[in-house]
Design a protein around this ligand. Sequence first.
Ligand code: HEM
Length: 417
Amino acid sequence: MAEIRKAEGIGDWFDQRLATKKLTKVLMTEYWIPKNINFLWAMGVVLVVLFTILIISGIFLLMYYKPDVKLAFDSVNYTIMQEVEYGWLWRHMHGVAASAIFLVIYIHMFTGIYYGSYKKGREMIWLTGMALFGMFSAEAFSGYMLPWGQMSYWAAQVITNLFGGIPVIGDALVIWIRGDFAVADPTLTRFFMLHVLLLPLVIIVLIVVHFYSLRIPHVNNQESEDIDFDKESDKYLAGNKKESKVVPFWPVFLSKDFFVSGAFLVFYFYLTFYHFDFAMDPINFEPANPMKTPAHIYPEWYFLWSYEVLRGFFFDVGPMAAMDIGLAAFGFANVIFMVFPFLDRDPNVAPAHRRPKFKIWFWLLLIDMIVLTVYGKLPPMGINTYIGFVAAVSFILLFVALPFITKCDAKHTGGVK
Ligand code: HEM
């Protein structure tokens, strides 16, 4: 064991036992980030801030929430909203953060797609990011059930039903997930457990792995320049801060992130105090009633694009065939982003503005997903059905075309090696 000398202060005492100085260097003051990045690279830290808000507000809500089909609705809408002091504030903060986190996740994902941050050594960052997306989706879905309003009940009914489409095991799987033949008390208690315990734990582990997978390939930059981090960090440490292409994570990079997070929090609290209703469906202020189906069932805005891919195919084909095609398309929409790094056949890392065909593809995908989101909320009637169908087919075709388009672009980004 290394010799323990008389400590020169509390910091030194901890350093002798936990090597805190070395740890701070590795994680903070000598963890290098490229200079050439814009505010979009702050979204990762904004996500951490939002996740922290969700945990803190969730802990306060948990003190009064009751996971029982007879008590859940009142514990939220009466106890928390009216009896508990500032209960409304914690609920609005939780609901708005849950919605806002998806907005930021989509911005973060599309930044990665635009700048090619999922390629060549960065695949693990992308894969852990997509695992986080999947876990956040499950977290949002399970949380939506907890107030046990009409939309909680019917969304749970529709979504759990989808698993019935899986061949052979489908029907048994639906019962296993629900814990009962229909969505009922055992369904609520197990989704409660997932929401407050298992999924947050998995998310925390995944966030750590997501950060760790940035360690070797380093953060990408606006021009996707291949930076020699050892050389550039030596320059920085030697005092040539201006010439160096990198800055330390702490305090330089994080100070910019804190500024962007601060600006985002102004927007977030504005929504929390003045427009919290966008994150709360009015139909969910009616208690769950298994005997009364709402006229129009739809998920929260962040799931609408994949929901519309499913619904887009419930069109003009015999009902059974439509169901199968719709489910297959829905499955496709949910896994295709996972395999994104392997669909891109251009071996070079470059931002979309240096990849002529990919740039068009990128904007078409974004527009298509916005159209799917808008039409996912509208009732499937008349012209809406046709637009939904065209947007759903376009989504699939765009991904079928991706390997060919990216291969063609390779000649602009440095050729196929
Ligand atoms: C919701 C939880 C998430 C958190 C807390 C998180 C956090 C971060 C942080 C702090 C960074 C480094 C700085 C930055 O580029 O912003 C980062 C990078 C990255 N994340 Fe995430 N992320 C999350 C979800 C996702 C998702 C859903 C994806 C998409 C698949 C993703 C893909 C990436 C990529 C590709 C990078 C590398 C960016 C680059 O090198 O330029 N992340 N993430």
